[in-house]
Design a protein around this ligand. Sequence first.
Ligand code: BTN
Length: 322
Amino acid sequence: MAGLPWRLVERLADGQCHSGQALGDYLGVSRAAIWKMVQQLEAAGLPVTSVRGQGYHVEGGIDLLDADAIGATLSPLVASLLGGLQVLQQIDSTNSYLLKGDFGLGEVVLAEQQTAGRGRRGREWVSPLASNVYLSVRWHFSAGMASLEGLSLAVGVVIAEALESLGVQGVELKWPNDVWVQGRKLAGVLVEAGGDVSGECFAVVGVGINVKMPSNLDAAINQPWIDLAELGFSAGRNRLASELISGLVGLLANYEQVGLRVYAPRWEARNALKGRQVATQGAVALTGVVAGISPVGGLLIQTAAGVKEIVGGEVSVRASEA
Ligand code: BTN
């Protein structure tokens, strides 16, 4: 994978128009080379505008991620629980990176771009350059994978609360862990765990949040979506990352002890489908009214044949109301 021309990204971050000549002089390359680099950035999902006779600019500038700025706003307790905090320019997937590498407890990685971002159920997670938040945290546990039941729902609560603390209103959770605003998807969670069922194990918790999705990627996303830019969010990606890391570390450091019980009421308070008619597809096909979640994080549906529980990540729920 050819590396991104990062000095050009940094130069364009101010949102000003820079001529090809000035950029070429700055980087010590020809105007033609700058044009090629701009193509590379556009292919990575950064919307660079070319103005004939004037140069290149990124409308609104670029809010670049900065590990030092993120680290500076973490509390001493959270900082002490981190194994490391990395901001990568480009990676296939932050979850894959933490799954494959030899990382310890509390390693956090953010990326400016994912070339193979992964969603739940084998879906792609559209991950353009310098636009959104792609964040993964690795954590180790000793009480076994069974103790991680419901963790992905609790992560949804942490995301919702981080967004709310920064002024985002109307955040809802759609089972199991989609984060919705105005009935459209704002963020998603991918938890991947491994190890012993009853002993040493680990989890990689991946969070993707749409902050400022380039509009030309609309067709690539196969469901209704929303981003924070549309909601007037102005706190910036570093602040958002810091709030998320703080919430996730607090969750992961205690989850083995407290479990979903502590998070369930907070999840229910934001349950987007509560009381709504739904149909499930997948392993179990059911229709009924959503009653809530079970102690293990399953979805409870009131059907004609009584209350049924849907568990696991292989079932999708669709509102079937008009
Ligand atoms: C979903 O709703 O389908 C889950 C999306 C999870 C996306 C995040 S982005 C950071 C981490 N790395 C990945 O490849 N996926 C998760």
